[in-house]
Design a binder for this molecule. Structure first.
Ligand code: GLN
Length: 494
């Protein structure tokens, strides 16, 4: 018998709408799955009562014969970067511990309006800084995946949306929100065998999302397949006057226009993404992706994105610069933690609070960001990085003259063991090598599960699209997904 927790977004929504089961039954099943998964440390707080209340509301709306939302009866996990009214919101940092917002982020409100409920707030890298979920104040998330050949080493689910990736791949929630500044939806999706999309910058409101690097931050959906991602993203996206960078465009019906037929489409393969020392398994998967695109009827063309090799360096200047400015607001006066040493003046209170409240990686970013913005170094680093960002955006603009979407690997490696890259920040930053360019250019991009490595761990392929062309990205993603036939899932050990 199919368990309710085996179902994804569309199946749940359709089942609730059609009366096959009630939203309450669904919420109870997932609340139980959440309660049974505490070993994964994927939630910072759980909110079973929120899921049940939303479900009861959906069941009442249905009983009254009134129209149901796109996500009727679908309980989801909420990354702890989204402000949720009355529910602790920490960005996985000690400095916000105990902070209960008085307001709801626009994206989470949109989800509740569509009929979704909240199972809990998901663990993540602190302030979304990281690629392995190891910078959280609340401890690592442990991936539900284990190597088939190498003992039971605890693996990373990727980051920064590591809790989101872990619960979706472990069938603990049908879907989850993520945010992506340099790859934080796509890389964890790839490492856990799920789908995840970061839309065009501005599609989802940033209002009420704890800010990391405001010119890059973008929310998106993480789910088991492309269709579920499309449905959820439709509910999340939309113009919001409260975010000055919000796109004032209608949200297309992406899920109604999905097609895995790529006839007439050109798929670009950027030669600069064939980086030296790339794992041959990743390269082989990429070639397989090319074959699937051809099978879908697409024409495959080689393209050049000549400034790719500078993207990571530019990102790791721009993102910390913006973070150092955004994180100045955490001073012990207005939110969360306050450390007050004996006989302290205001400056001492600021310093003590920030020293105790921020984790090491966050401090590293604040130091780098403050340095590259300082008067003597601003032009050498920050201005230069902004110029590189423009060149990278221009690379993509040129590429769109010869192709409609771009296909690349999502990450240079499969999931690694917790602790493996922790001592070497540069090795960790390299995880973002394929995801960062699209972020710098503000482009929509998604990861779809495409295969397994020799140890039985999932690998993803990335599709990058033109601005506002989420449909093209989702359709290419679907073309790959339907040919890859990825059905692996972690065996339950928790
Ligand atoms: N791993 C990248 C970083 O640490 C990206 C994070 C993100 O997209 N939020 O900055």
């Amino acid at each position: 018998m199919t368990e309710l927790t085996d179902l994804g977004v569309k199946a749940i929504r359709d089942g609730v709408t059609g009366g096959t089961f009630t939203a309450r039954e669904v919420a109870e099943a997932f609340n139980a799955a959440v309660a049974a998964a505490s070993q994964l440390n994927a939630f910072i707080v759980t909110t079973p009562e929120h899921a049940l209340a939303a479900a009861d509301k959906t069941d009442a709306v249905r009983a009254a014969g009134l129209p149901l939302g796109k996500l009727a009866g679908v309980p989801i996990g909420m990354k702890d970067l989204f402000a949720t009214r009355g529910v602790q919101t920490t960005a996985a940092s000690h400095i916000l511990e105990g902070f209960k917002p008085q307001y709801e982020s626009t994206v989470s409100q949109n989800l509740w309006n569509a009929g979704a409920g909240m199972l809990g707030k998901l663990n993540m890298d602190q302030f979304a800084m990281g690629s392995s979920n190891e910078t959280s104040h609340f401890g690592n998330v442990i991936s539900p995946w284990r190597r088939s050949d190498g003992g039971n080493a605890a693996l990373t689910p990727g980051g920064s949306s590591g809790g989101s990736a872990a619960v979706v791949s472990g069938r603990i929630t049908p879907a989850a929100t993520g945010t992506d500044t340099g790859g934080s939806i796509r890389q964890p999706a790839a490492l856990t065998g799920i789908a995840g999309i970061k839309p065009t910058y501005g599609r989802c409101s940033r209002w009420g999302v704890v800010a990391f690097a405001s010119s890059l931050d973008q929310a998106g959906s993480m789910a088991r397949d492309v269709t579920d991602c499309a449905i959820m993203l439709e509910a999340m996206a939309g113009f919001d006057p409260k975010d000055a960078t919000s796109l004032d465009l209608p949200v297309p019906e992406w899920s109604a226009n999905l097609s895995n037929d790529m006839r007439g489409k050109r798929v670009g393969i950027p030669r600069e993404y064939r980086v030296e020392g790339m794992d041959p398994v990743i390269d082989a998967l990429w070639q397989q992706g090319v074959a699937w695109a051809r099978d879908a009827g697409a024409e495959v063309v080689e393209i050049s994105l000549p400034h790719t090799s500078y993207a990571l360096a530019a990102y790791y200047i721009i993102a910390p610069a913006e973070a150092s400015s955004n994180l100045a607001r955490y001073d012990g006066v207005r939110y969360g933690l306050r450390e007050l040493p004996d006989h302290a003046g205001l400056q001492d209170m600021y310093a003590a609070t920030r020293a105790a409240g921020f984790g090491d990686e966050v401090k590293r970013r604040i130091l780098i960001g403050t340095y590259v913005l300082s008067a003597g170094f601003y032009d050498a680093y920050y201005t230069q990085a902004q110029k590189v960002r423009t060149l990278i955006a221009r690379d993509f603009e040129r590429a769109w003259e010869t192709c409609d979407v771009i296909l690349t690997p999502t990450a240079p490696n499969a999931a690694f063991a917790l602790g493996e890259k922790l001592a070497d920040p540069l090795a960790m930053y390299l995880n973002d090598v394929f995801t960062v360019p699209a972020s710098l250019a503000g482009l929509p991009a998604m990861s779809v599960p495409a295969g397994l490595d020799g140890s039985g761990l999932p690998l993803g392929l990335q599709v990058i699209g033109k601005p506002f062309d989420e449909q093209g990205v989702l359709n290419a993603g679907l073309a790959i997904e339907s040919r890859a036939g990825f059905s692996a899932k972690p065996e339950k050990w928790w």
